[in-house]
Ligand binder design. Sequence first.
Ligand SMILES: Nc1ncnc2c1ncn2[C@@H]1O[C@H](COP(=O)(O)OP(=O)(O)O)[C@@H](O)[C@H]1O
Ligand SMILES: [Mg+2]
Length: 300
Amino acid sequence: MPSADPLEVPDDGPSPSEILRTGELVVVGRIPSASNVTLVCDAVLGDRELRCVYKPVRGEVPLWDFPDGTLAGREVASYLISQALGWDVIPETVLRDGPVGPGMLQRWISTPDNTERSHSSTTVSATDPFIGASELPATRVDLVDLCPPDAMPTGFRAVLEALDGLGEPVLLVHADDPRLQRIAVLDVILNNADRKGGHVLEALDGGVYGIDHGICLHTDDKLRTVLWGWAGEPVPAHLVSDLRALEQQLADGSTDLRTALAEHITADELDALSLRITILAASAAMPEPPPHRPIPWPPF
Ligand SMILES: Nc1ncnc2c1ncn2[C@@H]1O[C@H](COP(=O)(O)OP(=O)(O)O)[C@@H](O)[C@H]1O
Ligand SMILES: [Mg+2]
């Protein structure tokens, strides 16, 4: 699939945001593994185009435990929260009309996996005992990965020990990486019920982005994540100060952010969001999970 790189848009053309919001959508393909209808599109405006992901509301599988609003709306609300924190960890996401009706449109993130001539994102030395232990190419360890329990790569944190399909013990691990840690903190306040390994993208631009935030922001505690490696540990001070700023922004009942979020989540969910931010900022520590460490299944 050719990538429509926003960095190639010259200054005098429409911005990537404009293209995302107003471009005509040309469907390029459908992602077959997705649980809802997820289409890859090019948004075309004049002679510019921008690759994006389009999830029409009509293609959403109804979920009994998320009866309010839409998954698309929750994705947009999550993006607005990431932006309000100044973290920029969710690709720009908007709610708009498309060829299959209203839905969410999100900028595409180019990664080694979805770009031709892919290269390793994180490499380990050729003598690392982990090499060859997974089905991945021999020199590659993803930010979230599996390894034998006695062969955790350096710079990684353990999440959970389990048995693989053949009954062999495996360890779920993730990188001890500040870009990933920020996503883990965001997940706590989003109350993300679906942070799988495949929902973390290490981009060609060097950033790490979170995707698929359709089942976030519930009032009940639903945090299910593969990023438990920092459980109980301090949240870095600069992230806590960002949380405090967001807490202030939401405390004022008339801010644009509150108004924008209220279009996508209920008043109770907005209150629960504020409470989670207050608790996390006050404790400045990542929550301890229940003993079974809830993770989404499958974890990738
Ligand atoms: N913004 C994006 N950039 C690049 N790839 C994406 C993006 N959004 C989704 N994908 C790809 O599409 C797959 C399915 O998308 P996802 O958001 O998980 O859909 P679903 O809600 O159906 O689970 C992802 O695992 C990822 O490979
Ligand atoms: Mg998904």
